[in-house]
Design a protein around this ligand. Structure first.
Ligand code: NAP
Ligand code: G4F
Length: 342
């Protein structure tokens, strides 16, 4: 049987690395599009990359979601069966610092891919996955599902809302098989260092090993629905294997505050901590030393307070459910951190 061909935008990111492995295991030919960077940015996929002079099913190409020509040329040349658009400036707080760039990549980057599919006349051939986010629900009360109102609270989330609707518009206008995954937070050992779960686990492992003294955080009372990236990329693939394109919430249905996430982490490390104080003066103590403090620079101009997904539709139609609970996720992340902390 002819092997399926996939393009992944955002190949160097957390999800790109997990999805590439999943598709290679399913015998796909995978083409990843990566940005040129002054230093190497491909650590997450080094383990699967081989010199293309030798037999391989995994290829890398330079490209950028802000560059229409590179997108058009790569799709015309590769002629994929499936495109996964995972590329984004994906840090919510950073999107307040670089709003125009975040919108250019997140919103217009999506339009550039969809319009390339259309203008190349590949509407019938290519199935398209759009990496949507629970951030689009923003201020809407949980549990959130496909029918909940969107109320984005950051330039990142607003750009993703454009991407969500332009995906639906191209599906309806041009009959493209295009799906929106509305994914709640998902983490892993290879999560970006400045997202809160990875930041907490890295710092607490170092503090535990006496290599660092303190961790500074922002709002520890926001609530998130945290799953594992490995489980979530499987849902992306499942969406594109359906007979009809549709939009799906992918989540665990459970939520924890950032503070609870810290408490679960210290429990696994066997550290007994004590919380004292309130507001900006709240601190966590270990062996009578303050190891966690609040720094208001990590507070966002507008916060998303509470996310908890209802993934009933994905369970019913995709036969998908999360396999990894929060304690296993934290366990894997701690193990990775302790092993790699030289
Ligand atoms: P990530 O680790 O930040 O990866 C983002 C990827 O996008 C990286 O490969 C990055 O390349 C690439 N990228 C950034 N700007 C680009 C540009 N101008 N042109 C081409 N590529 C560009 O994010 P992730 O956690 O894997 O998430 C994957 C996607 O899902 C993102 O769109 C994110 O917004 C969305 N999402 C994530 C979550 C989550 O909890 N992880 C939840 C919902 C939705 P560099 O490596 O060069 O920076
Ligand atoms: O880990 P975070 O930065 O993730 P956030 O903002 O929820 O966004 C992530 O999940 C989205 C899906 O809902 C994705 F679309 C997005 O691309 C990204 O992957 O922050 C989680 C919470 C926030 O409430 C934040 O205010 O943790 C709080 N927080 C408290 N202190 C902190 C910190 N977040 C970060 N990054 N750093 C802190 O020091």
């Amino acid at each position: 049987m002819k092997k399926k061909i996939a393009i992944i935008y955002g190949i160097t990111g957390q999800d790109g690395a997990y999805l590439a492995r999943l598709l290679l295991n399913k015998k796909y030919i995978v083409h990843g599009i990566k940005r040129r960077s002054s230093s190497f940015n491909s650590q997450r996929i080094d383990g699967i990359y081989k010199d293309p002079h030798f037999k391989t099913n995994f290829f890398l190409h330079y490209g950028d979601l802000t560059d229409s020509l590179s997108i058009l040329k790569s799709i015309a040349k590769i002629k994929p069966d499936e495109i996964y658009n995972l590329g984004a400036q994906s840090h919510v707080q950073v999107s307040f610092d670089v709003p125009e760039y975040s919108a250019n990549v997140g919103a217009l980057g999506t339009l550039r891919i969809l319009d390339s599919i259309r203008s190349l006349g590949m509407e019938k051939k290519i199935k398209y996955y759009q990496a949507g986010t629970s951030e689009m629900f923003g201020a809407t009360k949980p549990p959130q599902n496909e029918k909940s109102q969107f109320y984005p609270r950051s330039p990142y989330a607003v750009s993703k809302l454009f991407a969500h609707w332009i995906t639906i518009n191209y599906r309806e206008a041009y009959n493209i098989f295009a799906c929106n995954g509305i994914l709640f937070n998902h983490e892993s050992p290879i999560r970006g260092e400045t997202f809160v779960t990875k930041k907490i686990i890295t710092a607490l492992c170092k503090i535990y090993n006496n290599k660092e003294k303190k961790l500074f955080l922002g709002n520890i009372y926001s609530k998130r629905d945290w799953g594992h990236a490995r489980d979530y990329v499987e849902a992306m693939w499942k969406m594109l294997q359906m007979n009809e394109p549709d939009d799906y919430v992918i989540a665990t249905g459970k939520q924890y505050t950032v503070k609870q996430f810290i408490n679960l982490t210290v429990n696994q490390l066997g550290m007994k901590i004590e919380w004292r104080g309130k507001g900006l003066r709240e601190k966590a103590y270990w062996n009578n030393k303050a190891i966690i403090e609040i720094d208001k620079k990590y507070f966002r101009p507008t916060e998303v307070e509470s996310l908890k997904g209802d993934f009933s539709k994905a369970r019913l139609k995709l036969n998908w459910k999360p396999k990894t609970d929060i304690n296993l996720l934290i366990k894997e992340m701690i193990r990775f951190e302790l092993k790699n902390d030289k």
